[in-house]
Design a protein around this ligand. Structure first.
Ligand SMILES: Cc1cc2nc3c(=O)[nH]c(=O)nc-3n(C[C@H](O)[C@H](O)[C@H](O)COP(=O)(O)OP(=O)(O)OC[C@H]3O[C@@H](n4cnc5c(N)ncnc54)[C@H](O)[C@@H]3O)c2cc1C
Length: 343
């Protein structure tokens, strides 16, 4: 089989890319190794400036115009007129985006794993019947997440990684919370993100300041203090790649986590995945397409990465930065959207 553009991975990045390409009349194939599109280890937070206004209202499980931030020294409540963050169910978001891509004309195949990439050819395997197939392509898009095969095929390593651990537990809470405490979470944080009838409780940290085992035991101890007993629930953890080294490699492109475009500071990755997916599609359709949007995204990503480097230098600096940023938010000198990936 030959295809104009082969997209490896049916996450938000791959699906946004597929929809945009298909809308331009480009023959597009998405291969997703999972049987169902959507489910992914994630807290499901989407931001107002980034995405809330771009997804149908019914997809938002809960919306939060108020944010609560806790540090060892401060307890802050921030309120804005519009929701600052909403929560979405990743399965529903994925299904919605897959429908949009398919309606635009993209072909989506699930349960199909890309095993190997050679010059202009992908060797793929059906995970149900084990059958292997060769697919040739003109353009290849790596939308295959933080352990991207396409990225490795390009010879790129991923050293700058965040670790995210999530527990999705039953519950109906109303308050969205961020807890910053460098003794527990290094230069990361723990969160409480309420969904419609579940709550995402988790922690994020840069892998240079904390290993996954330490992060998990801090998270469990902290959660217990907050009144959540997570011991009988299942932890799901994944790396978040923020080691950006480029996105346009001739006829091969990297988007979202595969490109390392998630924020190293907050772990926010859905917005960068969608934007880089759309921009990659427009570049494939028209190689002279303006790079302004990608340049802005990369510049924001760079700012977040520099903050991670700075806060990761030592515990005291990290503590000071967290308190200063929280103070800035509290006084209104820093707007919450300054910490988002949206430009
Ligand atoms: C604990 C945790 C909490 C998070 N919380 C948030 C949050 O609240 N808000 C936010 O914006 N971001 C959050 N993120 C980050 C966010 O989940 C990712 O940045 C985002 O999903 C990246 O989208 P993507 O399309 O690039 O990749 P992914 O969503 O990872 O999609 C990649 C897809 O490629 C498929 N794939 C991989 N390899 C192959 C292969 N060889 N063949 C075929 N298919 C393949 C995978 O199955 C997957 O479906 C969180 C991450 C973690 C770990």
């Amino acid at each position: 089989m030959h295809i104009h553009t082969l997209i490896v991975g049916g996450g938000p990045g791959g699906l946004a890319c597929a929809r945009t390409l298909a809308q331009q009349g480009i023959q597009t194939l998405v291969l997703e190794r999972k049987k169902i599109i959507g489910p992914k280890v994630c807290a499901g937070g989407i931001t107002w400036s980034g995405l809330i206004s771009r997804v149908p209202e019914k997809l938002a499980e809960k919306s939060f115009p108020i944010q609560h931030i806790r540090t060892p020294w401060q307890k802050v409540r921030i309120e804005e007129q519009d929701p600052i963050i909403a929560t979405v169910n990743r399965r529903q978001l994925g299904q919605y985006m897959a429908k949009q891509a398919a309606e635009a004309g993209a072909i989506l195949r699930t349960g199909v794993m890309v095993r190997e990439i050679k010059e202009g050819t992908a060797i793929v395997q059906d995970r149900v019947n084990g059958k292997k197939e060769e697919i040739t392509f003109d353009h290849l898009v790596g939308a295959d997440g933080s352990s991207s095969l396409v990225r490795r095929h390009l010879g790129l390593t991923s050293k700058r990684l965040g670790i995210g651990i999530n527990y999705q537990i039953p519950g109906d809470l109303q308050q969205m919370e961020w807890h910053l405490d460098n003794r527990l979470f290094g230069n990361g944080y723990a969160w409480i993100f309420p969904h419609s009838d579940t709550v995402s409780i988790g922690a994020y940290a840069d892998n240079q300041t904390m290993n996954p085992k330490e992060l998990k035991s801090s998270l469990l101890a902290w959660a217990r203090k907050q009144g959540f007993d997570l011991d009988n629930h299942r932890a799901r953890a994944e790396y978040i790649n923020y080691d950006f080294q480029g996105w346009n490699f001739g006829n091969t492109f990297l988007i979202g986590d595969a490109a390392g475009l998630a924020s190293g500071l907050t772990g926010e990755g859905i917005y960068p995945a969608i934007i880089s997916g759309e921009q990659t599609a427009l570049t494939i359709t028209n190689p002279r397409h303006s790079s302004k949007t990608m340049d802005e995204l990369i510049s924001k990503h760079d700012k977040h990465s520099r903050m991670v480097t700075l806060s990761g230098k030592n515990g005291f600096l990290n503590f000071l930065l967290a308190e200063l940023v929280t103070l800035g938010l509290r006084s209104g000198m820093i707007k919450f959207n300054k910490l988002e990936m949206a430009v």
